[in-house]
Design a binder for this molecule. Structure first.
Ligand code: ADE
Length: 224
């Protein structure tokens, strides 16, 4: 998979991809993430990428030209399966959307800033708009990093234990069961006996029941 991210604040995206699982995934050649500085595509001598909103009002709007210059340059070398715009009014991101995106080949992600992008970009060039929640961030970069993290960890070979993504919360519309590690007893607090029993079937059943109980209690809306 190849992911290209367009931003006017590229430094915000240096650390999420420079560490841990995301870095390993790139080192293993399972994904390549490329961050592009939108200002480099401005034709203005001050590298301007935004301008006043027609009709007035506070806040600047991201201009069409630098974005289209960047899209066209990238599209000359790569066919994108989705051109995504990160925006608080987009489709709500979820495990289902992450699963779907993980099956795509190449993704192009545009991070919004200021009051957002000129509507004509959204209307004519964007294929999908994603929000990571009902709150407004100062830009789409952190949201793009969230989406990339959730997608990349699903790519085959990224996680060392291949099955572990399948048992994540939300994979079956259930939250994950509780987990424990050694010691079996710490300051009087014990690990449930069933987990020490060695009986795989019983452990599997217990985990499933716990998932259902937890989902009912914490996220009842997930259970249909
Ligand atoms: N940009 C600003 N806020 C956002 C959000 N909640 N989701 C995605 N992109 C955003």
């Amino acid at each position: 998979m190849r992911i290209d991210i367009i931003t006017c604040l590229p430094s915000l995206l240096e650390s999420p991809f420079g560490d841990s699982i995301l870095k390993r995934a790139q080192n293993k050649g399972l994904v390549s993430v490329h961050v592009h500085d939108l200002r480099q595509y401005s034709t203005d001598k001050h590298l301007k990428v935004d301008d006043y909103a027609y009709g007035g009002g506070a806040g600047m709007v991201m201009m069409m030209e630098p974005i289209l210059n960047c899209f066209r340059k990238l599209q000359a070398d790569t066919d994108y399966d989705e051109i995504i715009y990160m925006s608080p009014d987009g489709e709500q991101f979820s495990q289902k959307v992450a699963n779907e995106l993980s099956l795509k080949g190449n993704l192009l992600i545009l991070c919004g800033h200021y009051k957002g992008v000129d509507e004509r970009i959204r209307e004519h060039f964007i294929t999908r708009e994603i929000s990571i929640g009902d709150y407004v961030l100062s830009g789409g970069e952190l949201a793009a990093a969230v989406v990339c993290d959730a997608v990349i960890r699903l790519l085959p070979g990224v996680l060392s234990d291949e099955t572990s993504a399948l048992t994540d919360s939300y994979q079956d519309d259930l939250v994950a069961p509780p987990v424990y590690t050694r010691p079996a007893e710490f300051e009087g607090m014990k690990v449930p006996d069933v987990l020490l029993s060695g009986n795989e079937k019983k452990i599997e059943d217990w985990r499933f029941e716990q998932s259902i109980e937890r989902t009912k209690k914490r996220r009842p809306g997930l259970i249909s």
